[in-house]
Structures are given as structure tokens and as C-alpha cells.
Design a protein around this ligand. Sequence first.
Ligand code: AMP
Ligand code: ZN
Length: 137
Amino acid sequence: MKDTNCLFCKIATGEIPCDKVYEDADTLAFLDIHPVNPGHTLVIPKEHCQNVFETPEEIWNKVMQSVQKVAQAIRTGLPTEDLNIAMNNGTYAGQVVFHAHVHIMPRHAGDGFELWHGKMYAEGEASVIAEKIKKAF
Ligand code: AMP
Ligand code: ZN
């Protein structure tokens, strides 16, 4: 269902223009307006879902299929060998637009875009954390 206040719903219906690179019945891919590198693409479900937590499994699977197709096309069509695929889910994860979207970001040597920095677990902490996640399924 369309959310009338949602930017990406408006892009999905064509109300707001985009540089479209791929479309099928359930998904749309278009260039991010502020690319990490040229070719930075967003893949969205056409149906309004906020993020990974809200996206029905069937739609999630379709988005993932499109992500792989678009990633292959970016790699074939642009001078890029490598790319990152990422998704921000929730405010503290950096999500700004609350319509689910997967970023596909071409990467080049020395492009200055850093990945996250890992921390160390305290002694015994990792198994406690793993147990909590396992119990939640
Ligand atoms: P996120 O932080 O994961 O919610 O990312 C939202 C992304 O949407 C950012 O990378 C923005 O540059 C991008 N964005 C915002 N408005 C538009 C737009 N009108 N067309 C294309 N990309 C957009
Ligand atoms: Zn939406």
C-alpha cells in the first residue's frame, strides 16, 4: 500500500522523478541522489514497508533478487569491480528515509569511504550474546 507522505512511494508511482535503472512488478531501482560513488543505486519494494522488520518475506525475497541483478548490471556497465551492499534499518542505524531500501555502492581504490570499525568482545560475552539471539527465533 502507498504511504502518501513517503518520498520513495512517490518515486515508485512516478510522482517524483528518479534516474531509474531497473523495474519489475514488485521492485524499482534508481540512482541515489547523493552517491558515495557514481552508480550508487537504491533498490526498493514498490509496496510501502518501513524497513527489514516490516517487509513481508515474499517481498523481501523479490527485493533481494533485484539487488543481485542490479549489482551484476552495475559491475558490467560501469568501470567498477567491487561494491558494497548495505541497508540501514532504524534511526540509530542511519535510516533517514523510512521506506525499505538497499544501497548498492560501487567502490574504487582510495575512494575514501570507510567501513565500520569493529570492537572486541569481553571474555565470555560473545557466547552470551549468541545465546540471546538463538533464543529469540
Ligand atoms: P538512508 O540513510 O539509508 O535512509 O538513505 C536514504 C538515501 O536516500 C540517501 O542516500 C539519500 O541520498 C537518498 N535520497 C534521498 N532523496 C532521494 C531522491 N529524491 N532520489 C534519490 N535518492 C534519494
Ligand atoms: Zn513508502
